[in-house]
Design a protein around this ligand. Structure first.
Ligand code: ZN
Length: 146
């Protein structure tokens, strides 16, 4: 894979275009390197602002550390919003594992005992629903983190 192919992939990346477009409606929070948004399922996604895929992931450890730091800040918020005591921090790598977008991203999934990851099967939310959830996340983030 040459650099031309990588930039071609970045141009087509939905996450890169969301980040380039400024704060999306489903924006939760950000750092210099990472951003958290509400997924189509209504749960947080944390991703590096620069395009990190399976090919360049080993060169992007700093970005991944920052994603984990931001995800850790969101864990108490997810627990509060969904009234759960447990979460999965989940990365899908490869289509067969459920990865739909080739840009590294971390799911924070609220879990209940024996739920069999039911949260992944709920119907996809509208933009308005995701915007409302993003607002709840932002409010709770303020109260959970100081
Ligand atoms: Zn991207």
């Amino acid at each position: 894979m040459g650099p031309e192919l990588n930039s071609e992939r970045e141009r087509k990346c939905i996450f890169c275009s969301i980040i380039e477009g400024g704060k999306p409606r489903n924006f939760i929070t950000e750092t210099d390197k990472s951003i958290a948004i509400v997924s189509l399922e209504g749960t947080p996604l944390v991703l590096p602002k620069r395009h990190v895929n399976e090919l360049n992931i080993s060169e992007c450890i700093e970005d991944m550390i920052d994603v984990y730091r931001l995800a850790n800040r969101l864990v108490p918020v997810v627990k509060e919003l969904y009234q759960v005591t447990s979460v999965n921090l989940l990365e899908n790598r490869g289509a067969d594992a459920g990865q739909e977008i080739d840009h590294f991203h971390m799911h924070i999934l609220p879990r209940r005992k024996k739920d069999k990851l039911m949260i992944l099967r709920v119907s996809r939310m509208t933009d308005e629903e995701r915007e409302k959830i993003a607002l709840s996340f932002r409010d709770l983030l303020l109260s959970c983190n100081g």
